[in-house]
Design a protein. Structure first.
Length: 113
């Protein structure tokens, strides 16, 4: 692929993504949306974030991880517990999950030795 073709692909993708975004922002900005669509759009971001996090926890190299990935599973459970307890405080949830992810394997190694 030459330079001209590469730039045409980049410009085509830029135009396509602009039109997709403009279709919601420009066309629906001054219109009243049905309540069911408004509710669906409010839930879209948390659903996408949950899907990204879930695949990051469960998938390893394009496949579902096994029990050797237990630190990630345990850290996810700790993060879920902290999120429920703190009513979704992002800072505490991430801090607890990362602490569990790194501390649990070290704790197991320390206890086994």
């Amino acid at each position: 692929m030459g330079h001209l073709e590469s730039w045409l692909v980049v410009l085509g993708l830029a135009l396509g993504t602009f039109l997709i975004r403009y279709s919601f922002i420009g066309l629906f900005a001054r219109r009243e949306l049905p309540p069911w669509l408004e509710n669906a759009l409010k839930l879209m971001v948390p659903a996408i974030f949950a899907a990204i996090v879930f695949t990051g926890v469960v998938m390893v190299g394009g496949k579902v991880g096994g029990w050797d990935q237990w630190p990630k599973y345990a850290a996810a459970l700790v993060a879920i517990g902290v999120a429920l307890k703190t009513r979704g405080n992002t800072l505490w949830t991430v801090a607890a999950g990362m602490t569990a992810l790194h501390a649990l394997p070290a704790l197991v190694r320390w206890c086994v030795v």
